[in-house]
Design a protein around this ligand. Structure first.
Ligand code: 13P
Length: 231
């Protein structure tokens, strides 16, 4: 799977002649997945060791993978403090990463660090407490210029997003928001009976509104995050 994915992305980049740098990044990779992705030609990996049995194991494995990734000239993201929410059927609350653990992982030379600051994957519950800027500033004080990653980017109020960026967050992961706009646009197409008109059942037609909706949402998020023309 990793090899097919890497080959498809490379072919798409060549075929479309994009002019901005494109990274093929493994998100939340297990220790084993990271080796497979590197072997397959990914240009960036995330080793999510936050679920390992001990912090020491996360530290040891991150160290090993930093050395391997950098020997191949690719970037590596690490994680401290599990990002809560429901992902792959596992639900947990938004943790606050330990600043001292962040420091130890940062010192290994990772390229970016995902740290829990109350953020969670998926749709935020009504009673969500919001991001902990106190914890973010404590982490920032320990890791210096290391770019921080905010996972669970869907549905965080814009003012919190902007404040997090101003305090050192350089990468924001968004998935659920894009899935939601895809589903809504596809539902609209089917409910309007368009799949029953002519060749409207052709996947290239059936899936187009959802795809277009993802493109529009991505553009809007890039404006919000201030990432337009930054590549
Ligand atoms: P959301 O699905 O909550 O946007 O989170 C995405 C993410 O963090 C992927 O790593």
């Amino acid at each position: 799977g990793f090899k097919v994915c890497a080959d498809m992305v490379k072919a798409a980049v060549e075929a479309t002649g994009v002019t901005v740098p494109v990274a093929l990044h493994l998100d939340h990779g297990s220790y084993e997945d990271c080796f497979k992705a590197i072997e397959a030609g990914f240009t960036s990996i995330m080793y999510d060791g936050s679920h390992e049995e001990t912090f020491q194991l996360n530290l040891d494995r991150t160290k090993e993978l930093v050395e391997l990734a950098h020997s191949k000239g690719i970037s590596i993201e690490a994680e401290v403090g599990g990002i809560g929410g429901t992902e792959d059927g596992v639900t947990s609350n938004g943790e606050l990463a330990d600043p001292n653990e962040c420091k130890q992982i940062a010192e290994l030379g990772v390229d970016f660090l995902a740290c829990g600051i109350g953020n969670i994957h998926g749709v935020y519950p009504e009673d969500w407490a919001g991001l902990s800027f106190e914890r973010l500033s404590e982490i920032k004080a320990e890791v210096g210029d290391l770019p921080l990653v905010l996972h669970g980017g869907s549905g965080i109020p814009e003012d919190q997003i902007k404040k997090a960026i101003s305090m050192g967050v350089s990468k924001i992961n968004v998935n659920t928001d894009l899935q939601l706009v895809f589903a809504a646009a596809t539902r609209k197409y089917v409910e309007a009976g368009k799949d029953l008109e002519g060749k409207g059942f052709d996947p290239r037609k059936l899936l187009k509104p959802g795809r277009d909706a993802i493109v529009e949402k991505t553009k809007a998020l890039m404006e919000e995050f201030g990432s337009v023309n930054q590549a």
